[in-house]
Design a protein around this ligand. Sequence first.
Ligand code: ADP
Length: 628
Amino acid sequence: MASLKLSHIYKVYENGHKAVNDFSIDIADQEFIVFVGPSGCGKSTTLRMIAGLETITTGDMFIGDTLVNDMEPKDRDIAMVFQSYALYPHMTVYENMAFGLRNRKMPEDQIKERVMKAAKMLDIEDYLERQPKAMSGGQRQRVALGRALVRDPKVFLLDEPLSNLDAKLRAAMRTEITALHKSLKTTFIYVTHDQVEAMTMGTRIVVMKLGYVQQIDTPMNLYNSPYNKFVAGFIGTPQMNFFDVKLLRDGDDVIVTFANGDSIKVPYEKVSKIHDRYLHGDTTVTFGIRPEHVSIEKEGDGLKIIVTNVERLGNETNIYGKLGDQLGEFTMKDEGNNIIVKVVDRDDIEVGDVVYAVPNPNKVHFFDAETEVTLMEKIPPFNTIPAKAAGDKMQLLGESVVLPEVFKKALGGKDSFELTVPPASIVPGFDFALKVARIEKADDKRLAYLVNGDSYLFALVGEDVAEGDDYHFALQNEKINVVADGEEILKAVPDEESLEGRFTKTEVKENGDRVLHFFYKIGDYTLEAAPEQGYKINSVDGDACYKKTYRYSVNNDNIRIVDKAEEGLSAKVVELLDYSNICFAKLQADGQEFLIKVDPGFDEKEVRIAFDSKDVSVYSTTIDMKIC
Ligand code: ADP
């Protein structure tokens, strides 16, 4: 039994191929995690890194509390089951299952006890004296499972174990592996390209594409709230229908207009997380609706379609249609024009019928047409608040508050602007008050819908805030973007500052031993790196590391001004940024600009700054990758 933690794991193969990028997950003890995605997305590579069969380029991997990056596979207490079974053909089933234990010099009576117990669980007791070649695919896969089982591992890794089986056997084995997981109470990690396996077996699923994690969630959350169009299309069969549409807010409704001019209405309340800028009827967005969330009506409000095919599966029927009432030229690739509808108990629809496809307005999905990310994220990325400048004040949300110096300077006399405000930068305070219409759980956070005219302002609130309250808040000005005339004139202060520099080492003799010390060099600042970080950089880039440039990233809060006598980076103060509630100084050092937090009365012209190496994250500049 064990938990696992993967932290910023990357895999770059020797030929330079980046197979896995920034993979992070905390896996609790006894979870059944499924990695799913199309062939080549990096599932097996990740699994093999967990097993120790593949080196980790960068990142940390823990099993329980132990860092296992450099631990031999045999010491990881992990068992792996492969698609190919990997059984020894000349050995009997018993010998195959006993092999690993014999290698570990386990006494024969204990081996027998374990093999018999596993054979009983897997219902292969009658085959123990057979050789694998005299067994069916399903039986062989059980032996492969049995060989993993007898080792009593902390973690089971299964790589497409059912791919070689026929559909019926696959379905049966799915149930058996799920039951096995329940009875063993062990952590399972299972790789498959089959979304049905993923949905039916996983407690949580990691959806991957081209080496990147797309979403990590429970099966139902993936189905109901896919993060992007890829996940939406990958999970569910037949796959979700997608159409280009335009959205227009109309009082309590949003009108969804399709390319052919047909339109449907959805209640604004259902889609209120969609940012207002998509609701003016002039931006194309991608509309998604699952086949099972569309009904077929003989007439009414919906998309007029002509039925092109009807698949009767007995319990349900898949109806294929084309938008419009004419059968045009046939093409296979016609996303945005074709629709699949899954209905139950309908035998009155025939090819050639002209009918109406009516999407369930409560089950609609919308995605940005370019980024393909959902427009209804659990926590909307930002709110837009219109504001007006008047002297030293700004008016917004019905109040007049201090116009920060930095905003004023950026506005350069313009008086009308918009603030782009992330929900996390709306904090308890006394500047504004709005009524809390609703509170929703979003992962481990609480998202409040604050009533702002006929739409909502989204904020993250604490446990003390309840629906119906007046929420009193202020804005963290430094976390806001300012937009005027459609142009971003001021960017929020980033949490992290990045400085580029070099990496060096020295070798010293300590008690007769040669010991290496590693250093980050930024301009005239030399900071000793923690030994494990130094060795990590060296192991990723080899001796080339001493010739390369790295990006050193430090949280703003961890950069401090030091005494002239102390070691540090000497920097010129270029500008003071007064956000009214907080001040920053823009510094220049070694040809690079960055911000530090300062006290309001700060008036130095030159400073030395420093930070602790334990607070530094190191990024490669040649390949976009966090090293440590
Ligand atoms: P999946 O299991 O999702 O099908 P893999 O993890 O096997 O994908 O592979 C991910 C990517 O890495 C693929 O593009 C594959 O071609 C590439 N790859 C796998 N092994 C190697 C290797 N030894 N050297 C170079 N590239 C590799």
